[in-house]
Design a protein around this ligand. Structure first.
Ligand SMILES: Nc1ncnc2c1ncn2[C@@H]1O[C@H](COP(=O)(O)OP(=O)(O)OP(=O)(O)O)[C@@H](O)[C@H]1O
Length: 448
């Protein structure tokens, strides 16, 4: 199928234009009039029609109504503003004056084709996003995800505390937002706090605020994030990492609807709904004395358990396609497809970093690819879960995980978590996550 149709009665101009466009990689068909074009081609198959305005029989603008959504570029023999404006009014995408400058023509054609690609892509995206996923923005149809959707719909309006369980990157934050959006609090703020990302010594004042002079450095009084969520939802991600003292303060907020800032003797009223998430087994943390039993019971009332990506069956393929589309759109690239071999690889890989890892792998593939297909060689899935440290490449005989463990162990007593993360070329949160995964949790050292 050809890409561009030229409708022009003067053979010399038609041939010259065809050659010009072919030299720039386009495939071109030709017709001498609107009648010939309609008789010989299915106009809707082209990506662009370039038509002269003055043609024997019907004018070039007549083709606009006959070619559906295909953009029509009109050539006018005289740079007559009037005919150009009329053509545009009739639905031409643009016009170009004859005789045309070759560079102008090529640039105009390329611009129109690019715009058309983006418009088509937007349509695809819109129709994919409006597909009937029960909760907007959360893709999934496997039984475990259907259970998640049903739970969200049931618990969201109830205004009770919700605990979301699932491995890292399974969409816990997405679910927390959905709970908020489907609750009566949807017009109030949702405040998200990752308990693992805030240094232990700061977490109480970050969450509950402090009074002036409460500790060295508290030069002003400060409203905490719990107060900021008043009337809305507080989403505490990785609640399992909350220190015991902060757990006690949180319990008070839940039981009595009151916050006491650090360094204050007075309490303030706060009406928040708590949604918490963790990838940990909280019961085990209770048994280990690291999580309060009474807080656990309050959280445990309503649970939503997200399945790991590897257990979602056909959803993996669907997620990959929709996320690929989104990524192309975000990076301003034409839509891409996934080769059969790449799909196979995606299905086989266990995705320890779940949907987030899938997103990252696809983004990398889009950036590296030169064509319109994600092929299997663009998915280096054996090491995709690992970020290569910027500081130094690991020695040949060490795996990246071993290198990571060794680096952390060797440096953790002299460096803060922020410094360590920087040296390893990862975010603080990733450092924390990989510490959990590799079984080297942070020692409660004085640094950091
Ligand atoms: N079912 C899904 N449909 C569409 N996108 C998803 C889905 N699940 C996760 N994502 C996307 O994957 C990324 C990770 O999701 P999210 O941050 O909600 O995970 P998480 O479980 O909270 O991760 P962490 O535990 O690391 O904080 C986000 O960009 C999110 O939009």
């Amino acid at each position: 199928m050809k890409q561009i149709l030229i409708v022009e009665d003067e053979a010399i101009i038609r041939t010259a234009l065809r050659r010009l466009l072919e030299r720039h990689g386009h495939s071109v068909s030709e017709a001498g009039s609107v009648g010939e074009a309609v008789a010989n081609f299915t106009l809707g198959d082209f990506q662009l029609i370039i038509a002269d305005l003055r043609l024997p029989g019907a004018p070039g603008t007549d083709i606009i109504d006959r070619c559906g959504e295909v953009p029509v570029l009109i050539m006018t023999s005289y740079a007559s503003v009037r005919s150009a404006v009329d053509s545009m009014k009739m639905g031409a995408v643009d016009y170009i004056a004859k005789p045309f400058d070759h560079d102008d023509m090529v640039m105009t054609v390329q611009r129109i084709l690019k715009q058309r690609n983006l418009a088509l892509h937007n349509e695809v995206l819109k129709s994919e996003l409006s597909r009937a996923y029960p909760i907007e923005g959360i893709i999934g149809t496997c039984p475990a995800m259907q259970e998640v959707f049903a739970r969200i719909q049931k618990v969201a309006p109830a205004d009770t505390t919700v605990l979301i369980l699932g491995e890292s990157g399974t969409g816990k934050e997405l679910v927390a937002r959905a709970v908020h959006e489907h609750s009566a609090r949807r017009n109030a703020p949702i405040i998200t706090v990752n308990c693992a990302a805030i240094p232990e010594g700061l977490i109480e004042s970050e969450l509950f605020g402090h009074e002036k002079g409460a500790f060295t450095g508290a030069v002003e009084s400060h409203r905490g994030l719990v107060e900021a969520a008043d009337g809305g939802t507080l989403f505490l991600d990785e609640i399992g990492e909350l220190p015991l003292e902060a757990q006690a303060r949180l319990l008070r907020v839940l039981q009595e609807g009151e916050i006491r800032r650090v360094g204050s003797t007075q309490s303030r009223k706060a009406n928040i709904r708590l949604v918490a998430a963790t990838h940990r087994n909280l019961q085990k943390r209770v048994n280990d004395g690291r999580f309060r039993n009474d807080l656990y019971f309050r959280l445990h009332v309503m649970e939503i358990a997200l399945p790991p990506l590897r257990d979602r069956g056909d959803d993996i393929e669907e997620l990959a396609r929709v996320l690929l589309d989104k990524t192309c759109h975000r990076l301003n690239r034409p839509p891409m497809q996934i080769s059969a071999e790449a799909v196979e690889r995606i299905r086989r890989y266990p995705w320890p970093g779940n949907v987030r890892e899938l997103e990252n792998v696809l983004e990398r593939a889009v950036i590296l690819s030169e064509g319109d297909t994600v092929s299997a060689d663009l998915l280096p899935l054996e090491c995709a879960a690992t970020t290569v440290p910027t500081e130094a490449a690991p020695p040949d005989n060490l795996s990246l995980d071993e290198y990571f463990v060794r680096f952390v162990r060797e440096h953790e007593m002299q460096m803060t978590e922020t410094e360590l993360a920087k040296q390893l070329g990862v975010s603080r949160k990733t450092l924390w996550e990989r510490r959990q995964k590799l079984g080297i949790p942070r020692k409660r050292s004085p640094v950091s």
